[in-house]
Design a protein around this ligand. Sequence first.
Ligand SMILES: *[C@@H]1O[C@H](CO)[C@@H](O)[C@H](O)[C@H]1NC(C)=O
Ligand SMILES: *[C@@H]1O[C@H](CO)[C@@H](O)[C@H](O)[C@H]1NC(C)=O
Length: 177
Amino acid sequence: NKIAQDPDCRAVVISGAGKMFTSGVDLITACDIRYCTQDACFQVKEVDVGLAADVGTLQRLPKVIGNQSLVNELAFTARKMMADEALHSGLVSRMLPDKERMLDAAFTLATEISSKSPVAVQGTKVNLIYARDHSVAESLNYMASWNMSMLQTQDIIKSVQAAMEKKDMKSVTFSKL
Ligand SMILES: *[C@@H]1O[C@H](CO)[C@@H](O)[C@H](O)[C@H]1NC(C)=O
Ligand SMILES: *[C@@H]1O[C@H](CO)[C@@H](O)[C@H](O)[C@H]1NC(C)=O
């Protein structure tokens, strides 16, 4: 909640402090981009403890990996999915050899995202999520109204100027959200 209120925050890297990233919460599917180490594994563990997963896994996982048969297999059996399969099924978009290199890659990615116009990045994210959950026609209508607020910033002009002057995006001051 604190991060959401912070106008200077543009990207957040969440990583596990110990062996587990999360245990019992579905934070993984709530993240926009997922990286893992090659020794990682993933499990929808709830059926093993007599529960149906309750905080978003069953709602988000099918949309994240787009493979209902695989989702059912994982959720009905609580079997472990190893890093390789997570990469191939799209649960993660990169697999790194170890935690240090994974965090390096994550911070490089976050720095890259942070260098862009926050209004553009946030608008992209909101519209991608909207398009995931609605029809193309509905999403285009939504985009059209979103466009109006996006065009109220100077960020488009600033981005084009920076590109023409071959300036680093990181040196441009964009509007805050
Ligand atoms: C679904 O997942 C399985 C197991 O990872 C994989 O073999 C299969 O190709 C996937 N199917 C699609 C359509 O992605
Ligand atoms: C959004 O605005 C851009 C820039 O003015 C325009 O090219 C695009 O067609 C607009 N998209 C929609 C869906 O209205």
